[in-house]
Design a protein around this ligand. Sequence first.
Ligand code: ADP
Length: 253
Amino acid sequence: VLGEKTYRIKAFPSVQGFWIRIEDITRYVAYEKSKREFVANASHELRTPLSVILGILETLYEEENSQEKKALIEKAIRRAKAMQNLVEDLLILARLESREEKLILESIDLRQLVEEIFDMYTDFPVKLINSVQENYTLVADRKKLFTLLKNLVDNAVKYNKEEGLVEVKAYSDGTWHKIEVKDTGIGIPRVHLPFIFERFYRADPSRSRDLGGTGLGLSIVKHIALLHGGKVEVESKEGEGSLFRVYLPILSE
Ligand code: ADP
């Protein structure tokens, strides 16, 4: 950034040495910013009417006696809830991408955090295994790390098989904290692997939508890891399961 302008500098190796290309990307940056702000504002404006609609539908459901009509209202409630999830995810992602988002760092008991997330999945026919050691602490933004792990566990549960397993573990190699979320689910076909962290990319769109997915979960995971100075990688085998590994730098408070 130089004064009012933003430039992108790229170097290309050549026989004599290398070429440098300097591009003025001021307009592109401004366009990206206004796009992000539009998404954030639109999502914000949709929040209130959506919760009013849901409230009304829930009252109608309670008061309705006809089973046929109840089924219809239930369908509408499910759709409205899916929309609510989408609006929330869009807002989270817009904030994460805004570059104004700051981390609030604190010391976190990881085993306890994982337990809090697991408590939200008591009704699912999968086995949840918290293999994080007792007193494993790390410094990160608690709310964001919760969202990151919740999204990974959510997928590990959603794309699992009946009686499947979901295991979370953590270890450190002196440079990184590595947190792994592993499942014994349907896995991800190789061709899709390079794209799954992109917004709205789904390996199996109809299945994902039926399961209440927004297509934004892994983008949010990626952005939260990046904001911490970390990254995410995935290993997966179709029909056998997936392993998502999050790298977070070892920080002090
Ligand atoms: P969605 O809301 O569709 O789950 P995500 O961004 O969380 O969106 O994930 C993108 C896609 O990656 C999913 O639609 C699914 O096809 C695939 N995926 C993510 N996690 C898993 C997993 N643990 N097992 C199998 N497929 C997965």
